[in-house]
Ligand binder design. Sequence first.
Ligand SMILES: [Zn+2]
Length: 350
Amino acid sequence: MNRPVYWKSSLQDIGQAVQSVKKGKASLLCQSAGGRDIYLFEYGKRNVIKHDANYSSATGAKDPKYYADKTGADYTPTVLLVGAVHGGEFEGTVALLNLICLLETGFDLAGRENRELLAATEQINLLLIPCLNVDGRARVPFDAFLGVDYQTFRYYSQGTWLDGSLCEWPQCKAKHPIKEHVQFLGSYFNDHGVNLMHDHFFFPMAEETKALLRLCDERVPDITIHFHGGSNTTSTFLQTSYVPAFLNQRTYDLAQSVKAAAMDRGCDALFAVCPEQANNSAFPPASFNLVSACSHINGEVCIVYESNQGLAMENAFTPEQIYQILQITITETCQYAKKICRQRKKGSGI
Ligand SMILES: [Zn+2]
């Protein structure tokens, strides 16, 4: 399938965005296992957050304000958006590169306006990582899975075992790090074979994981979204395992807002609302993963957004549909972050 003009997701495209930034700021977040640069883009006023205690200790003292006091009049709601935690899940990268272009020029990469999205980002401190897993991204020789067949998708996403057979999902998680067990290392993994989503969080293995957790700890974003691709699933949030119920409730509330906004635009079929709570009592248990870890380091909402990837299979979204629902999600996320902060200042929120 021909990809539209705005469908940019390569490491070169990110490099060009770094060069183009004038209104915002681009900086090096860290380098990957393979020595590649990972960039953070930032817009809006940064908060200076002083930690009197880490989050665990502050909650032990029965007040998260000892970790991060966000009740000051000048506090700026903060949103962190992370693309391509799995390198071949390009959709978030596309949305973030278009957002950067929109913030810089007033137009996205197709030359289109989106005043609603721009308005939503006003008075927000926006932190954007277009591609966290640059090593995995470098292993995929194209910019989209749009119209691609299942075998090709699986090959470039999860790779092949030593006997050449496809590493299927979720068996691709049965070996970690996977590097010594594969013939072709899929884009799921960094160059050391680490799946960032399932790093060893008490002793993080990957620099990418450490840098992301550090950012979450320093900046304490009110909402963090990690953009993933989920084959041809209807785009959705996944509930985060093992976090306090009020955070699951926020995820659910935000999902309802996205659904309502999509309905207003006649495209509510593009988004499925997640369950109200995570199922933390299931067996085998759900994994404590990267979003759980981000949430536990700062006590705030961190969500997986699972995008449709437009594969040549049932329920394929068009590129425009994939992009549209991502834009709506980002708009609603920024508005919801402002709402949480307003409630907190009024003393009516948690
Ligand atoms: Zn993923």
